[in-house]
Design a protein around this ligand. Structure first.
Ligand SMILES: Cc1cc2nc3c(=O)[nH]c(=O)nc-3n(C[C@H](O)[C@H](O)[C@H](O)COP(=O)(O)OP(=O)(O)OC[C@H]3O[C@@H](n4cnc5c(N)ncnc54)[C@H](O)[C@@H]3O)c2cc1C
Length: 382
């Protein structure tokens, strides 16, 4: 395993070269970015968060954010697959038994095993931390039947971190997390979601029919899944989605600033679009949006690493703030790009579609504002 600095610099090179070169084709063919993952795996990028004792680089949330930002500048579908893999490996590293870690993490570190989160269910939608599925029994064995919606890397990942209520749960927050292998009997995916954006991330519903589960594949103690989602998964997920949003905003900014100088008007003696004061004003709005998203992200990472008392409030807010900043920057860029942006030629159209996902992905921006309001007022979140 390479050291962290080497992995970060390899990720940057691969993102700007391989991911950028493949992005339009992956988007248009709605194809899982298998070749990108192969190269990222060989460069140890997929083992970034895995503890060194299991063959990984032992990096943390700050390095994850850097990796995803640069990937998203070039191919947000690949960044989203990487993010969900990181969330899954982080929670496995934090909560699995040593035997389960030894079974999964070294292969993840070698780039041979992709994992993901399968939390959301149609029964609870955006309130994904409250699954309606419940652990059952069949002939003395524990089983799980569930319909999971919108799973990134569905049918492509080697394993899935799945949530369910514990058997006989008295409250929807009494949940367990399990690792389920892609070849488990009773596991299947149900067609593609065919999303507006992030078309390469293989988002699809997943069906679990009486899949055998046991305590050895449970992450953490019985009934602690909800707390694990809050303590472990939420910071990685929120900061990760925010990093993807910031990366997308930067990509839009870069494209449109170049376009504003390149677009010349014959009727005005060859003056560039960039020479118009009102257009300069809009360029300022894009710059402010990108910088504010980036600043909120950096501040959240700083607070999380420092275990700051206000870290959780920023973790809740960062995904909303970055999504809003990204949507503001990308929308302005689309307007300034005119017909060039409206068509597929410029690359902005894909960024515009990809940028819509962050606000919808659970917890959605609206649900998060509900939490942030309660937290700001000192009220309990649940
Ligand atoms: C690209 C993409 C990738 C995804 N990848 C994964 C994955 O890997 N794993 C996974 O488990 N899930 C994944 N999801 C699913 C995601 O996390 C959500 O569960 C899903 O987007 C919620 O969809 P829904 O239509 O059921 O929302 P609904 O529950 O129907 O909510 C619709 C909208 O209602 C509003 N709303 C709901 N409740 C409230 C409230 N209390 N206050 C204010 N407004 C509210 C929100 O604006 C919300 O967006 C992914 C989703 C997308 C779009």
């Amino acid at each position: 395993m390479a050291d962290i600095e080497t992995i970060l610099s390899k990720n940057e090179k691969i993102s700007h070269e391989t991911l950028r070169a493949n992005a339009d084709q992956i988007d248009q063919a709605r194809r899982f970015p298998r070749e990108n993952l192969q190269v990222l795996g060989e460069a140890d990028v997929l083992g970034l968060l895995i503890p060194t004792q299991y063959g990984g680089a032992g990096a943390g949330i700050a390095e994850m954010s850097q990796v995803l930002d640069i990937q998203a500048q070039n191919c947000a579908s690949t960044a989203m697959v990487t993010l969900m893999h990181y969330c899954a490996t982080a929670v496995i590293a934090a909560k699995a038994s040593d035997a389960l870690k030894r079974q999964i993490l070294p292969a993840c570190a070698r780039g041979e095993h992709i994992s993901t989160l399968a939390f959301s269910e149609t029964g609870s939608g955006g309130h994904f931390y409250m699954p309606v599925s419940e652990v059952g029994q069949n002939g003395g064995h524990k089983t799980l039947s569930a319909t999971k919606s919108f799973v990134t890397s569905a049918g492509e990942a080697n394993s899935y971190v799945v949530s369910a209520r514990k058997a006989g749960a008295a409250a929807p927050t009494e949940t367990n997390l399990y690792v389920i292998a892609n070849d488990a009997q009773g596991f299947s995916t149900k067609g593609r979601f065919e999303g507006l954006g992030l078309t390469g991330n293989a988002s699809a519903p997943m069906s679990l029919e009486e899949v055998a589960i046991d305590d050895a594949t449970r992450l953490g103690e019985e009934g602690t899944g909800f707390q694990t989602m809050l303590d472990v998964v939420l910071p990685y997920f929120q900061i990760g989605v925010a990093s993807v949003s910031v990366g997308l905003a930067k990509a839009a900014q870069q494209l449109i600033l170049g376009r504003m100088s390149a677009r010349k008007y014959e009727h005005a003696g060859g003056a560039a679009l960039a020479s118009i004061p009102r257009v300069q004003y809009m360029a300022a709005e894009i710059t402010l949006a990108v910088n504010s998203g980036q600043a909120f992200l950096q501040e959240t990472v700083r607070k999380v690493l420092a275990a700051h008392p206000a870290a959780m409030l920023d973790v809740l807010g960062v995904k909303v703030a970055a999504a809003d900043a990204c949507l503001a920057a990308v929308s302005r860029a689309m307007t300034l790009g005119g017909g060039w942006a409206f068509g597929k030629r410029g690359g902005l159209e894909r960024i515009f579609r990809d940028a819509q996902a962050a606000a919808v992905m659970a917890p959605s921006s609206d649900v998060l504002k509900d939490f942030i309001g309660k937290a700001s007022l000192g009220l309990p979140l649940f």
